[in-house]
Write a protein that binds this ligand. Structure first.
Ligand SMILES: Cc1cc2nc3c(=O)[nH]c(=O)nc-3n(C[C@H](O)[C@H](O)[C@H](O)COP(=O)(O)OP(=O)(O)OC[C@H]3O[C@@H](n4cnc5c(N)ncnc54)[C@H](O)[C@@H]3O)c2cc1C
Length: 423
């Protein structure tokens, strides 16, 4: 246990940090590690008592792998267990229409990595814990912001069980608390929900032999996503019309199961044996969302709290990690100056907003090409996509999907005690 990690409350119930990160997801813990490695005092508040995350992002793109490797956590996270995919494939009735072959991308990160989120988070947390400036408080749900003269100065939170409430005062609060961010709401920042996607996804798992690729396949009914999830299951996502689940579910579990069997005849026996009730299914309401403002004086939003994505194209973790890496130098600068203002953060947040908008456009295009329904769209679009996938423009697009903004690099020159030393 690090010197600062002595349970919530402290002597006076007040903690002090340079940066208070709300949420121990990929965005929050990546940022925490970057900042403690630069000498900052970081307190991370996480409402959940564990790192176990069922039905959360697992597929890590090469860009995220590259950054996490620069940060020194990829190898350890991989050792905890993962599965490498050669790329993704769009298949229709057994025929491969698009072969998104990642092995043709520049190495060494030329694969899609199925990495359970708990493995990534456990590795990040273990590295953070090696630094005396790090404090991790789990079971602490942020419920309020502390503000002075229009600037955010900290948070209040409720601790689990009968532990007393806690206050964390910090130069900067980072809201990394996910798609339904409390920090965003408390800061009065609007989040535009964009229903750009025609499908929601119903996830379930089957014990099945490993797949070599992430598959998007259409066998009969609506398309399914499928990938091997470590250690020994295949995670399937059945796409259904956006908002259509309550009506479907009202027809009973047997009816839903029948739809799944028809959509994935290859897995029909396994579905029969292993999908036993509604409890084995997890619905993802798919929407895109973004904030109009990523920062206020003393406050920054990163990851899903600033922008939410469809699972198609597996971009959420990539973008969350890139946000953290992009924010690191400017937060170090703010700590040195003794103030983290919205103006200081603006160059980073506007660049990230542009990157995120560009990626959302790509995801909408991918979704229409791969998952569209209706006779015309389901016949014409995948074939058009198959033709396009043989062009140089597509190879450039694949690289963009895989790596995102390649100019974002971990600033390891800022690691060391002094880089984020308070003035
Ligand atoms: C079913 C599903 C499949 C997905 N598949 C993929 C994929 O294959 N690849 C991919 O890249 N992305 C995928 N995503 C998206 C990906 O999971 C997210 O984009 C990513 O986890 C975002 O990271 P984050 O750190 O911003 O937020 P999150 O991972 O959501 O972490 C937020 C954290 O904040 C905590 N928190 C929330 N509120 C509070 C509070 N008030 N106080 C304290 N803590 C709080 C939460 O407990 C959580 O730990 C998927 C998402 C879902 C739901």
């Amino acid at each position: 246990m690090s010197p600062r990690e002595n349970g919530p409350g402290g002597r006076d119930g007040v903690r002090r940090a340079d940066v208070c990160v709300v949420g121990a997801g990929p965005a929050g813990l990546t940022l925490a590690l970057l900042m403690v490695r630069s000498g900052a005092r970081v307190t991370v508040l996480e409402r959940s008592p564990s790192l176990d995350r069922a039905y959360r992002g697992e597929i890590l793109q090469p860009g995220g792998q590259r950054l996490l490797d620069s940060l020194g956590v990829l190898a350890g996270a991989r050792r905890r267990g993962c599965h490498e995919h050669d790329g993704f494939r769009l298949e229709e009735r057994g025929k491969v229409l698009i072969d998104g072959d990642y092995r043709r991308l520049p190495g060494p990160y030329n694969c899609l990595l199925s990495l359970p989120q708990r493995h990534l988070l456990a590795e990040l947390l273990e590295h953070c814990r090696a630094y005396a400036g790090f404090e991790y408080i789990e079971g602490a749900k942020v419920t309020g912001l502390l503000e002075e003269g229009g600037a955010v100065r900290g948070v209040t939170c409720r601790a689990a069980g009968d532990r007393p409430p806690l206050e964390v005062r910090a130069l900067c609060v980072v809201g990394a608390d996910g798609r339904f961010s409390t920090v965003r709401r408390l800061a009065g920042i609007d989040h535009d929900r964009l229903d750009l996607f025609d499908q929601d996804v119903l996830w379930f798992r089957l014990a099945q032999p490993a797949l070599g690729n992430v598959r998007i396949f259409r066998a009969g009914g609506s398309p399914l996503l499928a990938y091997t999830s470590f250690p020994d299951s295949v995670q399937l996502g059945w796409t259904l019309p956006h908002g259509g689940y309550p009506a479907l579910a009202s027809q009973g579990f047997a009816h839903v199961k029948d739809q799944l069997r028809r959509a994935a005849p290859h897995y029909a026996d396994a579905i029969d044996a292993q999908v036993r009730g509604f409890g084995d299914l997890s619905l993802l309401d798919v929407f895109a969302g973004s904030v109009r403002r990523w920062a206020r004086d003393g406050l920054l939003l990163i990851g899903d709290s600033a922008h939410t994505h469809s699972p198609i194209g597996a971009q959420g973790i990539n973008l969350a990690v890139q946000d953290a890496v992009a924010a690191h130098p400017v937060l170090c600068e703010g700590i040195r100056r003794g103030t983290v203002s919205e103006a200081l953060l603006a160059p980073v947040t506007s660049q990230r907003a542009r990157d995120v908008t560009a990626m959302t456009r790509i995801q909408v295009m991918q979704s229409r090409m791969m998952l569209s329904r209706g006779r015309v769209s389901s016949v014409v679009r995948p074939r058009a996509a198959a033709l396009m996938s043989r062009t140089p423009a597509y190879r450039a697009l694949l690289r963009r999907i895989a790596f995102g903004n390649e100019a974002i690099e971990v600033r390891s020159d800022l690691f060391g005690e002094g880089a984020a030393a308070a003035a």
